[in-house]
Design a binder for this molecule. Structure first.
Ligand SMILES: CC(=O)N[C@@H](C)C(=O)N[C@@H](C)C(=O)O
Length: 674
């Protein structure tokens, strides 16, 4: 069967949907769809409208070479979005992200706000014309004019240097500073004319990094997580409220045992749903729970405290009787409603899919969400909140056909813990014709294989005849706190033995050829692939992407050192570091790393590569030949994002697997110039 997964060109050209917003009346849904640009070297995002009634086909709302994103409705139905598209009233000008407004009544989008530091995101109040935009300002700027002048001077001088006094200095793939995120109130967004900005937290420093403002329905206050530096390079996240009339900032929740971030405000404005993340230590694994914070000053009340899942709050029911949440659960992330009076939890959606971007209709009967699973990429659905019946709405794109089947399989860990996996089987797999297989290990490590991903698509490998096992070992979410606790600080133990148990179950199947199995993982999954390499030779090949290699080197050089140092004592780093077992590695390895990866810095990949060649049981020969390979991306980060590089990633992985697992030679992508 030919599907889009038969060809890398067809695969990278599949449209990718994300995000969903609902207007106040519950009559309009808007989502974003990324498609390949004509040169096929970038994705371009456009906004699409999806009919909540399911009667009309989806229709494209925006169209520009620059693309659009960040959709948010104003109470009058106008749609705000961000774009770097050119200002129609200026013949030239720099490309920077600006705020645009598309009138509800139809017509052209108009430019609402442009600023030197760009517009990052936009939040709107449900019932008032109050808009808060996020944007970058130079740390020393006194106001917008000053910021523009300082930026110009910096640019003209060609200076890129940044002087730091705090931690971190980089984040994922971005250098931090001298710009810092700020929140600005934008006046009268629904009206024409000028829209003066008011800097709501001028002394934010790095406090608003990675935070998102949440507005109350009346637009009187915003709530946000705020990062506070601590001694010794540590930090915590506190919950703050900013009064939008007075700009007064109040710290609502702050302690050294937890990090806090805001969920939505109740429809009557009396309660804020709060996510509490327990501060970890060598002995204490993370734990996520919910609080309801009375906004009149009362003490926070735990919500559904006994529920052994980690909820992400999405929306309130309009009468305030329930909080709609999603939570990882046994290889999915269903929608649940938590009764706010009793804390009882009701599962709403029943399929094995992962839901996000949930919003609720004004009558409280219906929810809309983005849903995906390993069978289909993200799509917009309507959910009947009483029955859980879920309907796929007419979407901007059809579901791509997948070349095989999906099964849920179970193994048993050494301590008797059930270890559950998804298994992708290619067409034709049978006892008469057993297929080669791949063990894929997820990153995080706190996470789950429960949603479609474009970066690790098992169907591309299924189209080439491989089965792909996607296990959730110790440290995975959706199986209760115990599953996380049992792997905490001991990565080489339960996570490893769970993966081996899952592999045992895999190779015991008649439709799997147990002699032709490889292991692959990215980030923490790459750590695990490296650990596997030094502890077993049962795999024919290992692919390790953006992987942690020497823990004592990784922990202080990643962009979030405080996080890992809390979990790993120096002793735990020694006990669990893959580099100390390089001398045992006798499996061909494909190392992949991006130079702009600041989460797992390139030093991990460089050291792994040298130590493989110099100290493994398969060292490089004196003529330089080696079974190992290093695929290096000078301009990619923790993820390989450019479509042309995604094609190279999959192409090289497939050739390496073919050579080492199947004993077949494949042509490498010609763009490699080899
Ligand atoms: C703070 C932190 O590093 N969090 C993790 C989500 C993370 O980034 N893990 C990496 C190493 C991964 O993706 O596995």
């Amino acid at each position: 069967m030919t599907t889009p997964f038969s060809s890398l060109d067809d695969f990278v050209a599949l449209p990718r949907l994300s995000g969903l917003v609902l207007n106040r009346e519950g009559t309009r849904l808007v989502t974003s769809v990324a498609t390949l640009d004509p040169r096929k070297t970038a994705y371009r995002t456009a906004l699409w409208e999806v009919d909540p009634t399911g009667e009309q086909p989806a229709r494209r709302l925006t169209r520009s070479a620059a693309g659009e994103s960040g959709a948010a409705f104003l109470p009058n139905g106008d749609l705000l979005f961000t774009s770097t598209r050119p200002d129609p009233d200026e013949s030239e000008g720099e490309k920077r992200s600006a705020l645009w407004r598309l009138p509800a009544a139809g017509g052209e989008a108009s430019l609402l706000l442009t600023r030197e530091g760009g517009v990052g995101g936009v939040a709107t109040a449900e019932a008032a014309d109050v808009v808060v935009v996020t944007g970058d300002s130079l740390a020393g700027s006194a106001n917008e004019e000053d910021d523009a002048e300082r930026r110009k001077a910096r640019k003209e001088s060609g200076v890129a240097a940044i002087l730091h006094t705090g931690y971190p200095v980089r984040y994922w793939d971005a250098d931090l500073g001298p710009g810092e995120p700020r929140y600005f109130a934008l006046k009268d967004a629904a009206a024409d004319g000028d829209h003066p900005l008011e800097d709501l937290v001028p002394s934010a420093r790095g406090g608003l990094r990675d935070a998102h403002p949440v507005l109350d329905p009346e637009g009187s206050a915003l709530f946000t997580a705020f990062t506070v530096p601590e001694e010794r390079g540590s930090q915590r996240t506190v919950l703050v409220r900013v009064d939008l009339a007075t700009r007064e900032l109040a710290v609502l929740l702050d302690d050294r045992e937890n990090d806090y971030s805001p969920g939505p405000v109740s429809p009557d404005g009396r309660f804020l749903a709060v996510v509490r993340n327990r501060r970890t230590s060598a002995d204490l694994a993370p734990r996520t729970s919910l609080l309801l914070l009375p906004l009149d000053g009362g003490a926070p009340v735990p919500l559904a405290e006994d529920w052994d899942r980690w909820p992400a709050p999405a929306a309130w029911l309009p009468d305030g009787s329930g909080l709609v949440v999603t939570a990882d659960d046994d290889g999915g992330a269903p929608v649940f409603v938590i009764d706010t009076a009793t804390g009882s939890v009701r599962r709403v959606t029943q399929d094995a899919a992962a839901y996000s971007d949930v919003s609720v209709s004004p009558d409280g009967a219906t929810a809309y969400a983005v849903r995906s699973s390993y069978l289909f990429p993200a799509e917009v659905v309507r959910i009947d909140l009483a029955s859980g019946t879920t309907v796929r709405l007419p979407n901007p794109a059809e579901r791509p056909e997948v070349p095989g089947t999906l099964e849920r399989v179970e193994s048993v860990g050494e301590d008797g813990q059930p270890v559950r996996s998804w298994l992708v089987l290619p067409e034709g797999a049978s006892a008469a014709s057993p297929v080669p297989a791949l063990l894929w290990i997820h990153g995080g490590p706190i996470g789950s294989w429960n949603a479609w991903t474009w970066r690790w698509s098992p169907w591309l490998l299924a189209a080439r005849g491989y089965a792909v096992l996607l296990p959730d070992p110790a440290l995975s979410t959706g199986y209760g706190q115990h599953m996380v606790d049992r792997g905490w600080g001991a990565w080489g133990q339960a996570p490893y033995t769970d993966l081996m148990a899952a592999t045992d179950t895999l190779v015991a199947r008649e439709d799997i050829d147990g002699a032709r199995v490889a292991a692959m993982g990215g980030s923490f999954g790459g750590y695990m692939a490296n650990w596997i390499a030094g502890h077993t030779d049962r795999f024919a090949a290992i692919v390790t992407h953006a992987s942690l290699w020497a823990l004592d080197q990784f922990a202080p050089t990643t962009d979030a050192a405080y996080y890992w140092q809390r979990e790993m004592t120096p002793e735990a780093m020694r006990e669990n570091s893959p580099h100390l077992h390089v001398g045992e590695i006798r499996t061909p390895m494909l190392v992949i790393h991006g130079d702009k990866d600041y989460r797992v810095p390139i030093g991990e990949g460089l050291r792994l590569w040298y130590e493989l060649l110099s100290a493994s049981k398969l060292p490089a020969d004196d003529d330089g030949s080696t079974p190992h390979r290093f695929l290096y991306f000078p301009d990619e980060n923790h993820w390989i994002l450019k479509p042309q590089h995604a094609r190279i990633w999959y192409g090289v992985v497939e050739a390496f697997l073919a050579s080492n697992v199947l004993g077949e030679e494949r042509e490498l992508p010609p763009e490699l110039g080899l």
